[in-house]
Design a protein around this ligand. Structure first.
Ligand code: ADP
Ligand code: ADP
Ligand code: ZN
Length: 216
């Protein structure tokens, strides 16, 4: 299955993707994670992406489409993939359609996470990430057993620099202006399935399963 997770920052895409990737046996492809990996490896891509990410702006389409083009062409995507945080603009969505057509692939479903704006701010400012394995936590909603330490790998948790309140507000307005139009784009293609993301993590998982015709 070829699936896109769509929704504003903080909607729960990454959290659900951690589980979906195991249930569906498809790779989890997060452009945000790819950029963060490039930043911590100090590559030229990382240096360029960081300038945009720190301001809460999108990394330019040409760069982002380029990394997705390389990633989707890899062998592990032949049996399906789970895109998280891509596409984020209509230009990216059109480039993806073109890319998949050339590869003889198509999108099966676009899962659109719906969460009210005020809840997104609380989710993003309370988000903590593991430095070692990338597992996503929340200070209140998904706290680790030991404060500041990852349950899975024991590494330190940190707050993403773009999860500070000022940058969060900017990211949410960038979402409204540049990413929200994708809802109509995929609705028109008959691929959109909207999920209520404003419920506990395991309930969201069940709703995603129902949308995909699975019972979880
Ligand atoms: P979140 O999960 O909170 O929405 P991500 O980890 O997906 O955040 O993205 C973090 C940042 O990386 C974005 O604010 C943006 O700067 C950049 N980024 C990630 N994906 C894309 C994309 N598809 N197009 C442009 N920029 C992106
Ligand atoms: P996204 O990838 O869409 O930006 P994340 O999966 O990183 O969103 O989730 C953002 C924050 O909200 C994280 O701190 C996560 O632990 C928390 N979170 C995710 N899903 C839920 C949920 N259903 N209820 C409450 N908090 C959630
Ligand atoms: Zn960890």
């Amino acid at each position: 299955m070829n699936i896109i997770l769509l929704g504003p920052p903080g909607a729960g895409k990454g959290t659900q993707a951690e589980v979906l990737t195991k249930k569906l046996f498809v790779p989890h492809i997060s452009t945000g994670d790819m950029f963060r990996a490039a930043i911590s490896n100090g590559t030229a891509l990382g240096v360029e992406a960081k300038a945009y990410m720190d301001k809460g702006q999108l990394v330019p389409d040409a760069i982002t489409v380029g990394i997705i083009r390389d990633r989707i062409a890899q062998n592990d995507c032949k049996g399906g993939f789970l895109l998280d945080g891509f596409p984020r603009t209509v230009v990216q969505a059109e480039a993806l359609d073109e890319l998949l057509e050339k590869l003889g692939m198509n999108i099966d479903a676009v899962l659109n996470f719906s969460v009210p704006l005020d809840k997104l701010i609380v989710r993003l400012t309370g988000r903590r990430m593991c430095r070692g394995c990338g597992t996503i936590y929340h200070q209140l909603y998904h706290a680790p057993q030991k404060e500041g330490i990852c349950d899975s790998c024991g590494s330190e948790l940190y707050q993403r620099s773009d999860d500070k309140e000022e940058t969060v507000k900017n990211r949410l307005s960038v979402y409204e202006a540049q990413t929200a139009p994708l809802i109509d784009y995929y609705e028109a293609k008959g691929l959109l399935k909207t999920i209520n993301g404003d419920q506990p993590i395991n309930e969201v998982m069940k709703a995603l399963g129902a949308a995909l015709g699975q019972e979880w």
